[in-house]
Design a protein around this ligand. Structure first.
Ligand code: SF4
Ligand code: SF4
Length: 312
């Protein structure tokens, strides 16, 4: 960590372990009310990435020793190159796709399962839900989406794939055991016999800031003001490292920007959260983006306080 008193702390990139791709750009077939990057069918802030562009970054990533690859958007499966991109990725490392589940028909799930079977690396799917019934989910994600997501989850289960289902804390019940049990029961009923659930805090930016309000002025990190060990804020259940995980090695190792970068069609950003912040762009190539980054954005406060990681 570097920095001067009053200035935001800077986080060094300890090692580039995880590379994210904003492969769906900011284009989505939904416009969820809590989307922290305000994705929608008409948001072209970032366009979809093409196979050749992804391949260039994969080559550089392999040279730099990247260990795993994540794909997000927007909705990755809107991208016509997505399956070819996954095939190229699974030749060099494990891949995870964050999807809203609406484009997971039986044929696609069968192709994904075949791809996973053929690769020496793992393929993980993450599917978003915001409630264990249509009323709560559809209020956030749009009318009719609950049933469509369940159909996608059933197709994954039938193909032998076991996705991680992610729920944000907009669904308050997901943070308590009784609520989690209802999710587990729902997923088991879809054929997911080993259901996996990840609960994420919300970032109060983008559409979410309009829905529920943005950050307060005090919710900022300043060098020397906060030390992780001094905080007495419980992590959102399921949002941080698994119980029993090793303690962070340095004060900022719990932040994913100490071990990741995000690639979009417009270059390399510090992390998956700040892709709408022009100042979070670090360069054109991964080599340009290996330096430290100042935690000047309010969203950094959420990462720090909740120990949140977008990784599975
Ligand atoms: S939260 Fe996910 S599914 Fe919803 S609009 Fe944003 S990218 Fe799309
Ligand atoms: S938003 Fe989180 S991951 Fe991104 S730079 Fe800030 S602390 Fe790091």
């Amino acid at each position: 960590m570097h920095g001067t008193a009053g200035a935001p702390p800077e986080v060094a990139l300890r090692s580039l372990d995880t590379l994210w791709f904003q492969v769906g750009g900011t284009l989505c077939n939904l416009a969820c009310t809590h989307c922290f990057i305000s994705c929608s069918p008409t948001n072209h802030t970032h366009e979809m990435m093409r196979l050749e562009q992804v391949r260039r970054y994969l080559r550089e990533a392999v040279e730099l020793g990247v260990k795993e690859f994540y794909f997000t958007g927007g909705e990755p499966f809107l991208n016509p190159d997505m399956e070819a991109i996954l095939a190229a990725t699974l030749a060099v490392g494990p891949a995870s796709v964050l999807t809203n589940g609406l484009l997971l028909d039986a044929a696609r799930c069968a192709r994904l399962a075949a791809m996973a079977e053929a690769s020496p690396y793992s393929l993980d799917l993450r599917v978003s839900l915001d409630g264990y019934d249509a009323a709560s989910n559809d209020a956030v994600r749009g009318a009719g989406t609950f049933e469509r997501v369940l159909a996608g989850l059933r197709n994954l289960a039938a193909a032998g794939l076991n996705p991680v289902v992610t729920v944000t804390e907009v669904c308050a019940e997901a943070a308590v055991d009784s609520g989690k049990q209802r999710f587990f029961a729902l997923l088991a009923g879809l054929g997911l016999t080993r259901p996996r659930l990840k609960v994420l805090p919300v970032f109060k930016i983008g559409a979410e800031a309009k829905r529920a309000g943005g950050y307060e002025s005090w919710q900022r990190l300043r060098d020397g003001e906060l030390q992780p060990a001094a905080l007495d804020v419980p992590a959102v259940p399921g949002a941080s490292a698994a119980p029993g995980a090793p303690a962070p090695e340095t004060a900022w190792d719990h932040l994913q920007c100490s071990s990741c970068r995000m690639v979009t069609d417009q270059g390399v950003w510090v992390c998956p959260i700040l892709v709408n912040e022009p100042e979070a762009r670090m360069g054109e190539t991964l080599a340009d983006a290996l330096g430290p980054y100042p935690l000047r954005h309010a969203a950094c406060w959420t990462c720090h306080v909740y120990g949140v990681s977008c990784r599975t």
